[in-house]
Design a protein. Structure first.
Length: 343
């Protein structure tokens, strides 16, 4: 069995005891592990044989983990390798800095072994699935129209698998992405978008919260209101989703739609504060569908508010935060055409 069969992981920590603990844990779970006791050795090992995942300490002499991650992301053959920081640093600003330099997850020491292994498996599966998606898109391009129907079905199944991974991490929003897709497609039809645009919007809706796979589960499922630092972590998910999807050559701007679905017309959204037509139409549609579904449905910190409250919310921010044509289309669907969200 090769390293690729089991999952090849590069573990980096300047403390020998911590590195041995991490290596033994991963070996015991069946992974092939290469160890590095410094940032320089980690870069050399990754260049010689790119791993499927890197577990990276932060506090190291000469070159800390943030700098190692930044350098990894500058190299074409390594920029897509997922990095999980494993560190005793637990302040929110350190976690945000980790995501800022390109990490996909952050685990604080001392860690729970079962949780660490679960996160490792999730990111290796996601990395492998993403690579398979890229391969499928390349095959689809080469074969042109010959196998379009078969490849489209495979692509849809792969995207659905990614969406299912997100919902496993966040059971409270199970079905959220599916219902957002349903509403976004209905709005797009109401606006008269062509079939190609609607297909791309549909796929983007299915994975619009993909970046939440990088958000700690205790934040996702917190029963009370989020603190400002926790909200800042949640807000990284749009950019994280873009980072996961941007390298896949979809025939639609799916990564950009996912990145922009929390942008607002007046520039009050995130992650880049875009205004008006700077935001893709598909993202403007997704924004309205996302808010309506989220407000109407149950969340850990509150019961569902109902569809009338949700419609009033988007209607009150028509022209300021939300595209007026999109809001009007949603209102017609619910108030005049009997549209209902699936349960």
């Amino acid at each position: 069995m090769t390293a690729a069969d089991t999952g090849y992981i590069l573990a980096v920590d300047d403390t020998p005891a911590s590195l041995r603990l991490l290596t033994d844990l991963l070996n015991g779970a069946g992974y092939t592990v290469r160890s590095a006791i410094s940032g320089a050795l980690a870069l050399r090992a990754a260049r010689l044989e790119p791993p499927q995942l890197i577990l990276l300490d932060i506090n190291m002499p000469d070159m800390d983990g943030f700098e190692v991650c930044r350098l990894l992301k500058e190299e074409p053959q390594l920029r897509d390798v997922p990095v999980i920081f494993v560190s005793a640093l637990s302040e929110t600003q350190e976690i945000l800095k980790g995501f800022g330099v390109g990490a996909v997850d952050y685990v604080t020491k001392p860690f729970q072994r079962a949780e660490l292994l679960a996160r490792v498996r999730t990111h290796i599966d996601l990395y492998s699935l993403r690579n398979r998606l890229e391969e499928m898109v390349e095959v689809r391009t080469r074969s042109l129209r010959e196998s379009e129907t078969r490849m489209k079905r495979t692509l849809l199944e792969a995207v659905a698998a990614i969406a299912a991974m997100v919902e496993l991490r966040d059971p409270y929003t199970a079905g959220h992405q599916r219902r957002v897709e349903q509403l976004a497609k209905a709005i797009a039809h109401e606006l008269g978008l062509d079939a190609h645009q609607i297909e791309g919007l549909s796929l983007a809706a299915v994975v619009h919260d993909l970046g939440k796979i990088t958000v700690p589960s205790e934040i996702l499922s917190k029963p009370g209101h989020l603190t400002p630092p926790e909200l800042a972590v949640i807000k990284t998910h749009a950019e994280s989703g873009y980072g996961i999807l941007k390298g896949i050559d979809f025939p639609w701007p799916i990564a950009k739609i996912v990145q922009q679905h929390h942008e607002r017309l007046d520039g009050s959204g995130y992650p880049h504060g875009l205004h008006g037509d700077e935001i893709l139409l598909e993202a403007r549609i997704l924004a309205v569908a996302d808010v309506i579904e989220a407000m109407a449905s149950h969340r850990p910190y509150r019961p569902g508010l109902g569809i009338d409250v949700a419609l009033e919310e988007v209607s009150s921010k028509r022209t300021t935060q939300f595209d007026p044509a999109v809001v009007d289309a949603a209102l017609r669907l619910f108030r005049e055409k009997g549209f209902q969200l699936e349960q």
